[in-house]
Design a protein around this ligand. Structure first.
Ligand SMILES: [Mg+2]
Length: 392
C-alpha cells in the first residue's frame, strides 16, 4: 500500500476553552493570587493575566494527507505560532510521507535553530509533531500509544492539581498539588500563610494522601529551602518548579537542601533533550515534568524519557490531557499522571480542553483507561470558530 503524503499544513487560532488553560475568567482558582516571578511587583501580584499569561492563546494545527485523512493537535501559541507554522514550518512537512516524522522533526528543529531552541518555537514544533502523530494513527487506524510500542499498564492513575486536594481525595485521586500563593516578596507573613494552607490541607486529607506544592518559578534557593524544611512536618511529597528554569545550579543546590525523602521536581518550562540533559546531568530534580505540547512533542519526549530513565528519574508530564496519556501509558518510568482541575472551584472533574475538543476522556475515581480510538482519539468541536490568520 502506498504511503500517503502530506498535502497541507494549516494553523488556526481560537479564543477560550482551548490549550491556553491559563486563559480563564475571574474567580478561577488558577488565577487567584498565585506566586510567580512577577510577584515582586505588587501591581502584578494578584493575577497572572495582569502580566499577560494569556496573551498567546490557543494554536490549532491541522495536517491533511493525500488520501484526505486529517490529523490535528492543540497547543499554546496563538497568532504568532500560526505565523511560524504557515510561513516557516510548512515547507518541512508538505510533500513528505506521513510516516517520516523523525525527519520532519529534525528539519523543523534545525531549520529554526537560529531563532528557536526553546519557548514559542518549540511550542509550535510540538503542535505540528502532535498533529503528525494524530495523522499517522488515523492513517494506520491505531491509537498513538500503539505506535509508541504499546501500553505497559491497563490504566493510568492520577493526582489532581488544583485548589482543593481535600475534594480531589474524595474523587479518588492519589494526591493533590496546590498552587503556592505567596512569593518571597510577601515576606515572613507570606511564608507563614503558605505553610498554614498546607497544614490545613493535611488536616483535611489525613495521613498518606500525597500533597505537593507547585511554586511556578517564583522562589529563590533560600526561600524554597525554608519552605521545604517547614513543610516536612506536613508530609510534603514534592516541591515543584521552585526556581527559574534557567537556574540549573540553584535546582542542584535545592535538591541537596531539602529534607531526605522530599522530592524536587521541575521541567514544565524546559524543552528538548538538550534542556533536560542539563536538568538530569546536573542532578537538579527527582521527577521531570515536560509538557508534551511545549517540549518538542511526542517525538522529542520519547528521547527525553529515555535519558531520564538512564538517570533514574521519573517522567510525569505536565497536564496536556490525551497528548500526555498516550505517552504515559507506554512508559515504565511514568507510573502516574497529572490531571489539571479545570473547574473554577476545583470541585468537579471536567475535560481540560472543554469545549474545544470532543471525546476527551477524563479520570473516573482517579483512574482512566486510554481509549483505543485512532490517533489521539479526540475531535475538534465544530461549534468552536477557528480563525486562520496567515496562509502560505
Ligand atoms: Mg507546575
Amino acid at each position: 500500500m502506498a504511503v500517503p503524503t502530506i498535502r497541507q499544513l494549516r494553523a488556526f487560532t481560537v479564543r477560550g476553552g482551548g490549550a491556553d488553560y491559563h486563559d480563564q475568567g475571574a474567580d478561577h482558582w488558577i488565577d487567584d493570587h498565585i506566586a510567580t516571578p512577577m510577584s515582586k511587583y505588587p501591581e502584578y501580584r494578584q493575577s497572572r493575566q495582569s502580566f499577560g499569561l494569556n496573551v498567546l492563546g490557543t494554536l490549532v494545527v491541522e495536517v491533511e494527507a493525500s488520501d484526505g485523512t486529517v490529523g490535528f493537535a492543540v497547543t499554546t501559541g496563538g497568532e504568532i505560532g500560526a505565523w511560524i507554522v504557515e510561513k516557516h514550518l510548512a515547507r518541512f512537512v508538505e510533500g513528505q510521507k506521513v510516516t517520516d516524522i523523525e525527519k520532519m522533526w529534525d528539519q523543523m528543529y534545525n531549520g529554526t535553530l537560529f531563532y528557536g531552541r526553546k519557548g514559542i518555537v518549540l511550542n509550535v514544533i510540538s503542535g505540528v509533531d502532535l498533529a503528525l502523530w494524530d495523522l499517522l494513527g488515523k492513517v494506520r487506524q491505531e491509537p498513538v500509544y500503539q505506535l509508541l510500542g504499546g501500553p505497559v499498564r491497563d490504566e493510568l492513575q492520577f493526582y489532581a492539581t488544583g485548589a482543593r486536594p481535600d475534594l480531589a481525595k474524595k474523587m479518588g485521586f492519589i494526591g493533590g498539588k496546590l498552587p503556592l500563593h505567596h512569593a518571597p516578596a510577601e515576606g515572613e507573613e507570606g511564608l507563614r500563610k503558605n505553610l498554614a494552607l498546607l497544614a490545613d490541607m493535611r488536616e483535611r486529607v489525613g495521613d498518606g494522601f500525597w500533597l505537593m506544592y507547585d511554586c511556578w518559578m517564583s522562589l529563590d534557593v533560600n526561600y524554597a529551602t525554608k519552605l521545604a524544611l517547614g513543610a516536612q512536618e506536613f508530609g510534603l511529597k514534592w516541591i515543584e518548579e521552585a526556581l527559574s528554569p534557567d537556574d540549573y545550579w540553584g535546582y542542584a543546590q535545592l535538591r541537596r537542601n531539602v529534607p531526605k525523602g522530599m522530592l524536587v521536581t521541575t521541567g514544565e518550562h524546559e524543552a528538548t533533550r538538550w534542556g533536560f540533559r542539563m536538568l538530569l546531568e546536573m542532578g537538579c530534580c527527582d521527577i521531570i515534568q515536560p509538557d508534551v505540547g511545549w517540549c518538542g512533542g511526542i517525538t522529542e519526549l520519547v528521547k527525553i524519557s529515555a535519558l531520564a530513565d538512564a538517570h533514574g528519574a521519573l517522567v510525569v508530564p505536565h497536564g496536556s490531557s490525551v497528548y500526555s496519556y498516550h505517552f504515559v501509558v507506554t512508559r515504565h518510568n511514568s507510573p502516574f499522571a497529572e490531571f489539571l482541575m479545570m473547574a473554577p472551584k476545583a470541585d468537579e472533574v471536567v475535560p481540560m480542553f472543554n469545549p474545544l475538543l470532543l471525546d476527551e476522556p477524563v479520570p473516573v475515581n482517579g483512574r482512566l483507561k486510554v481509549p483505543e480510538t485512532p490517533g489521539f482519539g479526540v475531535r475538534l468541536n465544530p461549534d468552536c470558530a477557528l480563525n486562520r490568520p496567515h496562509t502560505h
